[in-house]
Design a protein around this ligand. Structure first.
Ligand SMILES: [Zn+2]
Length: 316
């Protein structure tokens, strides 16, 4: 079977063609940021016109409305709301399965990756935001409209003063995601003081995630302390996830994690015990690197779970 797998990111749109599980083509472009509710579907169709395939899997930024197959009110792309499922069914005349990117990603690990043979698997992306996907008892958790377990918004700091993109205080995503690092760094620069290069950037509100981890690798004292704090944030978030879902393995991915796994994984493994009731599960790097969401899109099309099949679009 040939599968068209699509990863609709906030900024990048990735489209791959698979012959069963073998990737035989891959194209990446900027996700449209202007236009109308059909712009993203049209961009996918224009890339896919060079491929022939039997089924389409789409893994997208959320929030989603799976009943309609739409992205609804995403904070991370100025288009805000756009249609995916129905226009793609119309254009391709093929079945189209849509899911949230982290929901698809965990299904990819479960069906095709390191989660094969297990029945409880979680996936966490540490990227622009923090996202989670969970399989429990061999079942994919999807939720009412496809937005279950938005665990990036669990509270990890009761006194956290940094406001999350969603509006809440003390959220895992607010304190640990790539996009929020300049804000967190600013708060900690005032709280801790300092005089290093990273501290000055932080005080000016311009310490990006990239600069933070680079300076930490170079031994900057403030950067190291902040990385340590953020590792505690991730450990607390992961411990909450583990308390709720009891996974055997948690796979970690996302651009911020993948670029800085050396600085993140060890610290998180060390601290998770401080926040855990249960013996912490194995924390592993995602099987598919930068392509985790594409493999997730493949997996939901290749072996569609019942929880998503009822929302799939089919040509009439
Ligand atoms: Zn939040």
């Amino acid at each position: 079977m040939r599968v068209l797998a699509v990863d609709v990111g906030a900024s990048r749109l990735r489209v791959a063609l698979f012959d069963n599980t073998v990737m035989i083509g891959r194209v990446e472009v900027d996700t449209p940021r202007v236009g109308d509710s059909l712009s993203v579907a049209r961009a996918i169709a224009s890339i896919a016109s060079r491929f022939s395939f039997d089924v389409v899997g789409v893994a997208s930024i959320g929030p989603l409305d799976l009943e309609r197959g739409w992205v609804v009110g995403t904070p991370n792309n100025p288009l805000r709301s756009f249609a995916l499922r129905d226009p793609l069914v119309e254009l391709f005349r093929k079945p189209v399965v849509v899911a949230n990117d982290c929901v698809a990603a965990v299904w990819g690990e479960f069906i095709l990756g390191g989660g094969r043979g297990l029945s409880e698997v979680a996936y966490v992306t540490i990227s622009t935001g923090v996202g989670v996907g969970v399989v429990v008892d061999g079942r994919l958790l999807v939720g009412r409209r496809g937005n279950s377990h938005e665990a990036g918004h669990v509270v990890v700091d009761l006194n956290g003063s940094v406001r999350c993109g969603c509006g809440g205080l003390g959220h895992w995503e607010a304190l640990g995601s790539g996009a929020n690092i300049p804000k967190v760094a600013y708060v900690k620069a005032l709280e801790w003081g300092g005089d290093s290069r990273a501290w000055r950037l932080a005080r000016d509100g311009i310490l990006t995630s990239e600069a933070l981890y680079t300076l930490a690798r170079g031994g900057d004292v403030f950067a190291l302390k902040l990385v340590d704090y953020i590792n505690r944030v991730h450990a607390a978030g992961l411990a909450s996830l583990v308390a709720a879902y009891d996974p055997q393995v948690v796979f970690l991915g996302g651009s911020v994690f993948l670029k800085n796994r050396d600085l993140i994984l060890e610290g998180v493994r060390r601290y998770i015990r401080d926040y855990s009731l249960l013996e912490p599960p194995e924390l592993r790097e995602t099987t598919f690197g930068e392509d985790t969401v594409l493999y997730g899109a493949l997996a939901i099309a290749l072996k569609t779970p019942a929880e998503l099949a009822r929302y799939a679009g089919v040509p009439r």
